[in-house]
Design a protein around this ligand. Structure first.
Ligand code: ADP
Ligand code: MG
Length: 210
């Protein structure tokens, strides 16, 4: 049955599915970061999501907000590096913005992604077009805002496609942030590793509610 909204227990289950999807994608994320960076993104995300699986099973999670902030804290404290802080911020800033949400519906999804995107932009200083995770996250947040009248499964389906389109479009961009910056024009032709992770996270969320 497609889901129109998720309660707290279902949200935690969805976040576990996200963690498993990232862990399974480690080789793909490693390859992406090998092309443009130092090749550690897949291992870092795998470590972060393994910590997430431990934390969400052990923690007392009684709100949607806490489900997302727990994921962010687990990533921040286990990963290190640029993406530990940035992906941790995405989940923490997003989670903090939905303290008033009793269920995860399309309106809360939009608040989560808009705040997550703003948090990462404030923390890392990247803008759309810099060839970072923002190139998948920003279009996903915009699509979520346009989809608040839809049931969650339809909104998340469109949001996942927006993130995947953003990841694919990042291939054509010249990197101006992070390690890939030193490659300049040579970065053209490869997708950004962080954008790949954002697309995988949102696709796993869409698949869970489909
Ligand atoms: P590191 O760069 O420390 O090796 P990772 O390889 O785990 O960290 O993550 C690299 C990803 O982090 C990049 O693909 C990009 O998406 C993201 N990233 C790096 N710097 C920034 C930034 N300033 N703002 C947003 N995202 C960034
Ligand atoms: Mg790296």
């Amino acid at each position: 049955m497609p889901k129109h909204a998720l309660d707290v227990t279902e949200t935690v289950e969805m976040l576990k599915a996200v963690a498993h999807a990232i862990i399974a994608a480690e080789p793909e994320l490693t390859d992406a970061d090998r092309n443009l960076g130092d090749g550690d993104h897949g291992i870092g995300m795998e470590r972060g999501m393994s910590a997430v699986l431990e934390k969400v099973s052990a923690a007392e999670i009684d709100t949607i907000s806490k489900a997302f902030t727990t994921v962010g804290m687990a990533m921040m404290s286990s990963m290190g590096g640029a993406s530990g802080a940035l992906f941790g911020t995405m989940f923490r800033s997003g989670g903090k913005a939905i303290e008033n949400c009793a269920i995860l519906d399309s309106a809360c999804l939009a608040e989560l992604l808009v705040a997550g995107n703003e948090g990462v932009m404030a923390r890392g200083g990247a803008k759309p077009g810099d060839k970072t995770m923002i190139d998948a996250l920003a279009p996903a947040a915009i699509k979520a805002k346009e989809s608040i009248a839809m049931p969650l499964h339809e909104a998340l389906s469109d949001v996942a496609v927006a993130a995947e389109d953003g990841r694919n479009s990042s291939k054509q961009l010249v990197a101006t942030m992070g390690r890939a910056k030193t490659l300049g024009e040579k970065s053209i032709g490869f997708p950004d590793a962080g954008a790949c992770s954002v697309a995988i996270i949102l696709r796993a969320m869409a698949d869970f509610v489909a």
